[in-house]
Design a protein around this ligand. Structure first.
Ligand SMILES: Cc1cc2nc3c(=O)[nH]c(=O)nc-3n(C[C@H](O)[C@H](O)[C@H](O)COP(=O)(O)OP(=O)(O)OC[C@H]3O[C@@H](n4cnc5c(N)ncnc54)[C@H](O)[C@@H]3O)c2cc1C
Length: 382
């Protein structure tokens, strides 16, 4: 039984505790889904999560607008990740993909949100390019004004939901200024002529991922989110909301690894006694529990701070993401070790966690980048 005591921390309200319980029960009934065809699995997950109302917190409710509740996003990601990494992915992408619309869209543009919150449309966030991942401001893709339209030309890569998304939020250079100040954000429906899937990408933990090609893809000027040149600020604001939720997903994976290890240590006999009697094993369990609690404190501190109205949580979110993802990697590695040969058996739960966790230390700002961000915040405040 996973430790639920963190839900009594002062970061949470009763509605968060209820959500955690109800979602956990839903997950026990509905997850995991069959992962063999990841596109089909993700379509099914988005449809099911939407049908049962779990996608509502991912985006602005246009009938009752208010800020996104980051604690709800984090509890949901943590819970889904504990049950099924692909379910967490499907939930998270509905939020990341539409974040620019929730935060900066016009009412006309926000019509997409009713569909994504209901699981009737799938969204994607297209920022990275082959030559600009960490160095976002160096992007090359262009958006050129042509009468009442923009023409988008270039490539995006590592785009989650690439190939199954109905809408892409695409960042491109409109050249108002060099570097970060010359980037704008656009809504690009998947059916747009000139947009194609150049390559599907396979990774150690399969998810729908693609490299996208844009060849004079025409979108109306009304597809521009915010003003020309706002794109970099929009992307960073979206990441400011969602970055701590990556830490929450890592926390869910780590918690599952800890739970599996505790069960294993209780059930397995070694040298005529339960494995749990070995003090070295107890030492590993203690280290894992410490990492899990410390990660949870950082993740929910960041989420709470944002929910309390902080305009930016750059430092808190970077710390939460860096610590939770790095420590989850260590916790899961220990879980593999404690499972012996079973730990590396294909599709054993700890083997799949071992593959699932790795990319979280790379996307939405690699661990090294988070360190740079934290150092700048700390030194800037000194
Ligand atoms: C599974 C997965 C899903 C993804 N989904 C999306 C998505 O939906 N949308 C999207 O736009 N992108 C997505 N990405 C792309 C992701 O954001 C980039 O991979 C990431 O930003 C790193 O960029 P890069 O791969 O170009 O590596 P590089 O930028 O080449 O960086 C490589 C390494 O260099 C080091 N490094 C980089 N910068 C610094 C620095 N300033 N100081 C010190 N060290 C540094 C880090 O160790 C980093 O890992 C996804 C990536 C993966 C793996």
């Amino acid at each position: 039984m996973p430790d639920r005591s963190f839900l009594n921390w002062p970061f949470f309200e009763e509605r968060h505790r209820q959500l955690a319980d109800q979602l956990d029960a839903w997950c026990a009934k509905n997850l995991p889904v069959d992962h063999h065809d990841v596109d089909a699995a993700c379509r099914e997950l988005v449809a099911k999560l939407g049908r049962d109302g779990w996608l509502k917190p991912t985006a602005l409710d246009t009938d009752n607008p208010g800020p996104l509740d980051v604690r709800t996003l984090c509890i949901t990601r943590e819970t889904l990740a504990r049950h099924d990494g692909l379910a967490d992915f499907s939930f998270a992408m509905q939020g990341l993909g539409t974040g620019a619309l929730s935060l900066f869209g016009t009412p006309e543009q926000q019509h997409w949100l009713d569909q994504t919150r209901a699981g009737k449309a799938i969204s994607a966030f297209a920022l990275s390019e082959p030559r600009s991942g960490s160095d976002v401001a160096n992007m090359e893709m262009t958006a050129t004004r042509d009468g009442d339209d923009y023409l988008l030309t270039g490539e995006k890569t590592w785009i989650s939901n690439g190939g199954i998304a109905n809408l892409y939020i695409v960042f491109a250079r409109t050249a108002e200024a060099p570097g970060a100040k010359g980037i704008s954000a656009f809504i690009v429906p998947a059916a747009t002529a000139g947009l194609s899937i150049a390559e599907r990408l396979e990774t150690i933990a399969p998810h729908p991922l693609a490299r996208l090609s844009f060849d004079n893809a025409r979108v109306p000027a009304s597809a521009l989110i915010g003003k020309p040149g706002d794109g970099f600020r929009i992307a960073m604001s979206v990441l400011d909301v969602f970055r701590s939720t990556v830490g929450a997903a890592a926390l869910g994976f780590a918690r599952r690894a800890l739970d599996e290890s505790v069960s294993r240590a209780a059930e397995r006999e070694l040298f005529g006694a339960p494995m749990a009697d070995l003090q070295m094993v107890q030492g590993h369990i203690a280290d894992m529990a410490l990492d899990v609690d410390a990660a949870a404190l950082l993740v929910y501190r960041a989420a709470w701070t944002k929910d309390m109205g902080a305009p930016r949580v750059t430092r808190e979110a970077a710390m939460a993401k860096l610590f939770a993802t790095d420590r989850a990697q260590e916790v899961i590695d220990t879980a593999v070790q404690l499972h012996g040969g079973d730990g590396v058996r294909k599709d054993h739960i700890v083997e799949s966690l071992y593959r699932e966790i790795r990319a979280l230390r790379i996307y939405e700002g690699a661990s090294d980048v988070q360190k740079v961000v934290i150092a700048r915040q700390v030194m800037g405040a000194a």
